[in-house]
Design a protein around this ligand. Structure first.
Ligand SMILES: Cc1cc2nc3c(=O)[nH]c(=O)nc-3n(C[C@H](O)[C@H](O)[C@H](O)COP(=O)(O)O)c2cc1C
Length: 314
């Protein structure tokens, strides 16, 4: 049996549901010698802000038990640098390119979206409303009004696909999701890293140069799954699940919770072929379970009654 992993997110047809989580894949060049970017469902860039950002002072990444803590601080080349240095490289690949956008104000987000709307190789925007490790901005991502306002503003700036990446720091993301959906977002992305820190007991100080950072990796998978689950109960637009996905079974858990597609982040640092591996493992999962397409499996855990029959491997 051959399985069909294709999915549709808004106006974008993806050959499979697997894409990089922003910031863990640079702008693609970093991985081009390691994997074939044409195998991916989509290419999601690291954040782009109007002007270049140097990011936070080092150390900016530290490994924890089952997690990564980072405080990169949205380092990026700015709009001009992105157009000059990254777009020519991205032109050679088939999968849709979605640009992760960040700013200190709604106006700054709008500047990035307007500037890149004119670039044919940019197929959509992922709006980062949720980075825990920058000092300013992003607060409008935590209120229904704020999410509605920024979505409305950016919707009027582009006809290209608009994905809103929601903050993981509210108890019920459903209302934020509905606000984005109501203003015309094409999809929701959940979750970003969760704010955290670590202390070195010997030197008695925080390990990260910025003191605080964002926690990612296997430790946040349960949190991300719950967010996807809650969003699925609240909205009709597709949800893209992200958080601690390391293999095909992890990815299928997100699909069953209600995600139409998934992003792989921290796993790329551990295993550079994590994304192609997840794609083939998802195909294997479908085949082994007698399924030929993903569509009927999206959100299936909501439609089954009771708890799991097995508790292994969780
Ligand atoms: C080093 C690093 C840099 C990141 N940079 C961004 C970014 O620029 N924009 C963004 O929206 N999310 C960024 N993220 C968050 C990831 O896209 C993702 O939401 C998060 O890491 C959870 O997924 P994971 O557990 O698979 O890594 C970054 C994460 C890491 C680890």
């Amino acid at each position: 049996m051959t399985v069909d992993l294709s999915v549709t997110i808004g106006n974008l047809k993806l050959a499979n549901p697997v894409m990089p989580a922003s910031g863990t894949f640079g702008y693609g060049q970093e991985y081009a010698g390691l994997i074939d970017l044409n195998d991916l469902g989509a290419i999601v860039s690291k954040a782009v802000s109007p002007a270049p950002r140097p990011g936070n002072k080092p150390p900016r990444m530290v490994e924890l038990k089952g997690a990564l803590l980072n405080s990169i601080g949205l380092q990026n080349p700015g709009i001009e640098g992105f157009i000059e240095k990254k777009i020519p490289f991205l032109r050679q690949f088939k999968p849709p390119v979605v640009v992760n956008v960040v700013g200190n104000s709604i106006e700054e987000y709008r500047q990035v979206v307007e500037a890149l709307d004119a670039i044919d190789r940019v197929d959509g925007f992922e709006i980062n409303l949720s980075c825990p490790n920058v000092q300013k901005g992003l607060e409008f991502g935590t209120t229904v009004d704020g999410v509605a306002r920024i979505t409305r503003e950016l919707r009027s700036a582009t006809k290209k696909d608009l994905w809103m990446k929601l903050t993981p720091t509210v108890p019920n993301p459903g209302d934020l999701g509905k606000a984005a959906e109501g203003e015309g977002a094409d999809a929701l992305v959940a979750i970003n890293t969760i704010g955290g820190m670590t202390i070195d007991a010997e030197s008695r100080r925080p390990v990260l140069g910025a003191r605080f950072g964002g926690v990612s990796g296997p430790a946040i998978k349960a949190v991300a799954l719950k967010y996807v689950w809650l969003l699925y109960e609240s909205v009709k637009i597709p949800i893209i699940g992200v958080g601690g996905i390391f293999n095909g079974v992890d990815a299928m858990e997100f699909i069953l919770a209600g995600a139409t597609a998934i992003q792989v982040g921290t796993a790329n640092f551990v295993n550079p072929t994590a994304m192609p591996d997840v794609i083939s493992q998802m195909a294997d999962w479908l085949e082994e379970h007698g399924e030929s397409t993903l569509q009927p499996l999206i959100g299936e855990a909501h439609r089954t009654q009771g708890a799991a029959l097995s508790i292994k491997n969780h």
